[in-house]
Write a protein that binds this ligand. Structure first.
Ligand SMILES: C[S@@+](CC[C@H](N)C(=O)[O-])C[C@H]1O[C@@H](n2cnc3c(N)ncnc32)[C@H](O)[C@@H]1O
Length: 214
């Protein structure tokens, strides 16, 4: 783990290039079926509901599972991930771009999901990202997102053969930020690492927050 504090390095570019390089390995390492955590959301939505998948990766299992009943748009900064997502989930729409730069209409989404992606953005952007999602949601729309338990200053680490970047606030900070924006926190639960057990058997845990726009 190395501090990511070099002002000459563009860390978003590093994330983008990193995922372009490891997209194939990530895709084959990821679980093929979504866990029960998605039903928190899917049980509350009508068929055809509009869902944004933030940092959708290769689209499996999240966008693919959601696309069975809903109209899914995935956004990802990595072109390689987007190519894979288009092949894996032809029925969904995918946009290549930084989630902080894409322009989406206000109040048009029934839900937004973000699995294992927010921690790759610089943490000072996390409140603004959550505000953007809030603006894109319809009143009563839902957010289902993995966040972090630990407050972690930006760092880089080897990951699937590339150098990758992470940064996080702690869970209590996220709860405060989410409620200040106007979300009602409905539930906080926990998910594992999301990889196939043959690939990683560790006890890694991520908090999953489920919130609703007022
Ligand atoms: C660990 S993968 C998770 C992918 C997917 N959500 C899943 O559950 O498998 C993180 C993804 O977030 C994407 N990502 C990172 N920073 C992003 C940004 N600023 N905007 C959009 N996507 C981003 C990466 O390219 C990568 O595909």
């Amino acid at each position: 783990m190395k501090p990511a504090d070099d002002s000459k390095v563009n860390y978003k570019d590093l994330v983008q290039r990193g995922y372009n390089s490891c997209a194939a390995e990530y895709d084959t390492s990821r679980q093929r079926e979504a866990g029960p955590e998605l039903t928190l959301l899917t049980s509350r939505l009508r068929d055809g509901a509009t869902i944004l998948d933030v940092g959708c990766g290769a689209g499996v299992p999240i966008a693919r599972t959601l696309s069975q009943r809903f109209a899914v748009t995935g956004v990802d900064i990595s072109g390689e991930m987007i190519s894979r997502a288009r092949a894996n989930v032809p029925q969904a729409t995918f946009i290549k771009g930084d989630i902080m730069s894409v322009e989406l209409p206000p109040s048009h989404l029934d839900a937004a999901v973000a699995f294992y992606s927010i921690f790759h953005l610089p943490r000072e952007e996390h409140p603004e990202l959550l505000r953007r999602i809030y603006r894109w949601l319809k009143p009563g729309g839902y957010l289902l997102a993995t966040l972090s338990y630990l407050n972690e200053a930006p760092y880089t680490e080897d990951y699937l053969g590339v150098t990758m970047y992470w940064s996080n606030y702690g869970l209590e900070d996220y709860k405060r930020i989410i409620e200040e924006i106007g979300f009602t926190l409905l539930k906080t639960t926990v998910v594992g690492h999301g990889y196939r057990e043959e690939v990683q058997a560790s006890e890694e845990r991520h908090p999953l927050i489920f919130a609703r726009k007022a």
